[in-house]
Design a protein around this ligand. Sequence first.
Ligand SMILES: NC(=O)c1ccc[n+]([C@@H]2O[C@H](COP(=O)([O-])OP(=O)(O)OC[C@H]3O[C@@H](n4cnc5c(N)ncnc54)[C@H](O)[C@@H]3O)[C@@H](O)[C@H]2O)c1
Length: 305
Amino acid sequence: MNFFLETCRAIGLLVYYLLESLVFLIVPKPKKNVSGEIVLITGAGSGIGRLLALKFARLGATVVLWDINQEGLKETSRLARENGAVRVHSYICDCSKRQDVYKVADQVKKEVGDVSILVNNAGIVTGKKFIDSPDSLVEKTMEVNIMAHFWTYKAFLPAMVASNHGHLVSVASSAGLTGVNGLSDYCASKFAAVGFAESVDFEMRDLGKTGVKTTIVCPYIINTGMFDGCGTKWPRLIPVLEPEYVAEKIMTAIRRDQEILLLPRSLYFLLALRNLVPVKVAVLFADYFGYLHIMDTFKGRAKKD
Ligand SMILES: NC(=O)c1ccc[n+]([C@@H]2O[C@H](COP(=O)([O-])OP(=O)(O)OC[C@H]3O[C@@H](n4cnc5c(N)ncnc54)[C@H](O)[C@@H]3O)[C@@H](O)[C@H]2O)c1
């Protein structure tokens, strides 16, 4: 195709896609049915993972729960059954270990079947300045928050591609879109999670596997305990999020095949603005919104427990 024709085609599609988005803003897409799907959730032993498991269970999906926390898993399984789950399967799996992921993935395929919705949700945070972060914690953060995504995709994506049906959900973070003082290893892992999920999504589109969807979730602080101690300077503009609200938004995004979800909504504007202004203005904004010192009061779950 020559330059003129290709430019006309691109402009035509651009207008069409913009209008399509506008229509979906006014008349939201219908939510897809997830009943009968096999949904695997990592880090399902607490927080957002547990809430997602309960919501999928209520909608008639088979839920496969992974965590290193046995007690947490037991409690999620119990609650999922109470919530009407017909099939709940829980597995102890240390997602930071590639061989563990592959071994448990094989077990799931034999005992439950091919996973059609994969939710990479397990996550940890060091919560120290980079210089003070022990090497072992930096490594662990990368292993849980991103390397595990590689291994779970390797284990479950081929079946999704073969059937051209599936959904890859990456619970990343707003710290995967902007650097944060005191969260360097976490940010590195979450930037990687965003880049990885987006890249594989492009691969799926290029392969014509449009039945394999991707949803990348980038929330600000959620009140689950992981970031205990951290607050927000202007709660009306950037509130600390309630777990139930976040889980419900994630479910809606998955069921509407939404590619990226930023929470709260103000982040769409603030992050777009940040990329348009000079760096000094971006730093001024970060200071004004309290973002520069957000980790100063961090306690985290480990210290609390
Ligand atoms: N809480 C927040 O403020 C916040 C904000 C943005 C993004 N997120 C992300 O959301 C996700 C869920 O976080 P949450 O707030 O529910 O935290 P959480 O601590 O309640 O849940 C994380 C779960 O991951 C599990 N886990 C940790 N290491 C594991 C491993 N090696 N193998 C298997 N499971 C492991 C934990 O046992 C826990 O059950 C995480 O990826 C987190 O980074 C959280």
